[in-house]
Structure formats: C-alpha cells, structure tokens
Design a protein around this ligand. Structure first.
Ligand SMILES: Nc1nc2c(ncn2[C@@H]2O[C@H](COP(=O)(O)OP(=O)(O)OP(=O)(O)O)[C@@H](O)[C@H]2O)c(=O)[nH]1
Ligand SMILES: [Zn+2]
Length: 219
C-alpha cells in the first residue's frame, strides 16, 4: 500500500516499471507508510468533511471497516505478477494454437477520483514455450486492477507481465470497462463503455489474427 502515499513522480516510475519480474510489488523508499490508526483517522476526517458525525452509532466502526476494505480493494500493491505467472506448463502435447480466456471480470479504482472501474478483460495468446494455468491470467488481472489505475495503464501492465513471463508468439488484451467517475458524477453518462486493446507478436503483425481475436471475443 506504500504507493498510495508516494509522491506522483515516484509512483509514475513504479507504474512504468510494473509487470517486470520482481518490480511490480510496490515498496522501498518513499514517505513513511501511515499507521493503521492514522489511516482510520483520515477516514474519520472525511466523514466529518462530508457532514457526518463519526461518533454516531452506525459510524463508530466505519473507519476501521473502510481501512480493512481498502486492504482488500488495493491488495495489488502487495502482489507481484511475476510470482503469479511463475509456473509454466510445457507438456501440452505440442498445443500451440490460440488460448483465449474472455470475460474476466474485475473491479478497479480510477487514479483520478478513486471511484470504481467495473469491467471485463479478454486475454489471448499463442503459446511458444508453454502455457500458464488459466486462473493465473485472471489473477494477473487482479494484481493490477487492485491498484489505482487508468484503463490504459492497466491494459499495458497486464500485457507486459504476460509477455515477460511467457514470451508467447502473440498476445492480445482487450479491456471493456465502465468508469463510475463518468457515471455517478461529473458528466454522469451511465452505460458508456471504454475499450482498450494491446496487441503484440503475431497479433500486432497480422490483422487477420486481430480479427480472429475480435471474432472469438464477440461470438
Ligand atoms: N484516459 C483515461 N481517463 C480516465 C480514466 N478514468 C477516468 N478518466 C478521466 O480522467 C479525467 C480527469 O479529468 P480532470 O479534469 O482532471 O478531473 P475532473 O474535473 O474531475 O473531470 P470530470 O470527470 O470531467 O468532471 C476525466 O476526464 C475522467 O473521465 C482512464 O482510465 N483513462
Ligand atoms: Zn475517475
């Protein structure tokens, strides 16, 4: 959770690095991580700021609950994509055609407003030196989704992590998401969905492969 309190410049460096083996768990130098009590006090301040009375019965435990919920919602800062993708299975009877896991649901939070991004990721690759457990693709989505994000960075980080770990012949990532900061506030457009893609290897080189990916995602 250190990155939550890192200055923006330091945090940007972490994001740029993310996905490289061993470098996407956030930590190291930076401002001191606040204590749990300080984090709870910050929630209490926000409660007072919105006009609430943190001492009323329904709210006395809320700072504790919010901090606990943040540990879960932002658990990705303590996780490392390289560890998740550590185990490559090479004995797949020579299978080297497309592997596509679609509709991987995720929740993230936008880094501008800290409100939810709700979406689905679709991931396809052509194995070269083996395959990973299918659940690991979904786990790697959560490693990065459970951080403050932009959809573009999330897409790039997932792609970089899988490319580094698996070196597939091709990798395609598509993310479709609704940003609550556009739905609940600001422009207030519900149902608008944002699509981002990242193609590499044969998916970047061959438009027919991109078309195949799109067809499989949509069918
Ligand atoms: N590119 C990108 N923009 C995002 C993402 N999530 C939220 N945003 C946008 O980030 C922008 C932040 O704009 P600002 O003008 O700094 O903030 P704001 O005054 O709250 O903007 P409004 O949302 O337009 O009210 C908004 O346009 C959001 O829609 C994302 O994942 N990617
Ligand atoms: Zn936002």
């Amino acid at each position: 959770m250190d990155a939550v309190v890192k200055p923006l410049s330091a945090r940007k460096a972490v994001v740029a690095d993310a996905g490289k083996p061993g470098s996407d768990s956030v930590g190291g130098k930076g401002p001191r991580r606040p204590t749990r009590a300080e984090a709870e006090a910050a929630v209490e301040t926000l409660l007072r700021w919105i006009g609430e009375n943190p001492a009323r019965e329904g709210l006395v435990d809320t700072p504790r609950r919010v901090v606990k919920a943040y540990e879960e919602l932002f658990a990705g800062y303590g996780e490392n994509s390289a560890e998740v993708l550590d185990r490559v299975f090479e004995e797949v009877e020579g299978y080297s055609d497309i592997v596509l896991v679609r509709d991987i649901s995720f929740f993230s939070h936008c880094e501008h407003h800290m409100v939810p991004i709700i979406g689905k990721a679709h991931i396809a690759y052509y194995p070269a030196r083996g395959v990973v457990g299918l659940s690991k693709l979904a786990r790697v989505v959560d490693v990065f989704a459970r951080r403050l994000q932009t959809q573009e960075a999330l897409t790039a980080q997932i792609s970089d992590a899988i490319n580094d770990a698996l070196q597939p012949r091709g990798l395609a990532i598509m993310i479709e998401a609704e940003h609550m900061c556009m739905a609940m506030r600001g422009i207030q457009k519900q149902g608008a969905s944002t699509i981002t893609t990242r193609f590499s290897g044969v998916f970047a080189d061959d438009p027919a492969e991109q078309a195949r990916f799109m067809m499989l995602v949509r069918e």
